[in-house]
Design a binder for this molecule. Structure first.
Ligand code: URA
Length: 219
């Protein structure tokens, strides 16, 4: 991240520990082979999901422990679901399942239209009751923000409230964050690292290359 960049209040950066930096170093290196890429990307995804869950509302819950003592605890208030932006976002589904047993996961496919060059919705399959759930939106790379913005429009069209969406990314560009929050100022973005910017091909730099291809082993 450039030193002059001020993180918008909607963005929750993961705690910048040496462990996270080490994981990012492996995931970003062009020398990293696919098995390691998957393993270490999964570890970052797990951190993102755990942090994302911290942004859900909770209610007080008192319980009794086996010692007969009272414990003043908490319980999540609402129900959640995941929505992955295909294809790279599908890599984040397992991390969500590991934290939230039998979580429902919808999918949205957006691709650039060959003629208009605009992001176009090709497919969406969402839980029927999504409007009553908090949504963890999954996409590892927030580059221009085009697909993410389209995906959120699909969620809003399905009556999901903006403030009930939490967007999880491993790496984001300042440009992507700016475009996204300009349209959806109430959505919380949880991100591993924010990079310097985009190159001419709209890849994040320094980035990690094409996340979907590296994770799924395609070119
Ligand atoms: N998607 C990727 O996989 N990588 C980028 O750098 C940008 C978008």
């Amino acid at each position: 991240m450039s030193s002059g960049y001020k993180l918008p209040s909607q963005v929750q950066l993961l705690h910048q520990t040496s462990q996270l930096k080490g994981l990012m170093t492996i995931v970003r290196s062009k020398e990293t082979q696919r098995g390691d890429f998957i393993f270490y990307a999964d570890r970052i995804i797990r951190l993102l999901v755990e942090e994302g869950l911290n942004h859900l509302p909770v209610i007080n819950k008192a319980i009794e422990t086996p010692t007969g003592s009272k414990y003043s605890g908490l319980s999540f208030e609402g129900r959640i679901c995941g929505v992955s932006i295909m294809r790279a976002g599908e890599a984040m589904e397992q991390g969500l399942r590991e934290c939230c047993r039998s979580v429902r996961i919808g999918k949205i496919l957006i691709q650039r239209d060959e003629e208009t060059h605009q992001p176009k919705l090709y497919y969406a399959k969402l839980p029927k009751d999504i409007a009553s759930r908090y949504v963890l939106l999954l996409d590892p790379m927030l580059a221009t923000g085009g697909s993410a913005i389209q995906a959120v429009k699909v969620l809003l069209d399905n009556n999901v409230k903006e403030e009930r969406i939490i967007f999880l990314n491993l790496i984001a560009s300042p440009e992507g964050i700016a475009s996204f929050i300009e349209q959806f100022p109430k959505i919380k973005i949880v991100v591993g690292e924010v990079d310097a910017g985009l190159d001419a091909a709209k890849y994040i730099v320094p980035g990690c290359g094409d996340f979907g291809c590296r994770y799924f082993g395609t070119d």
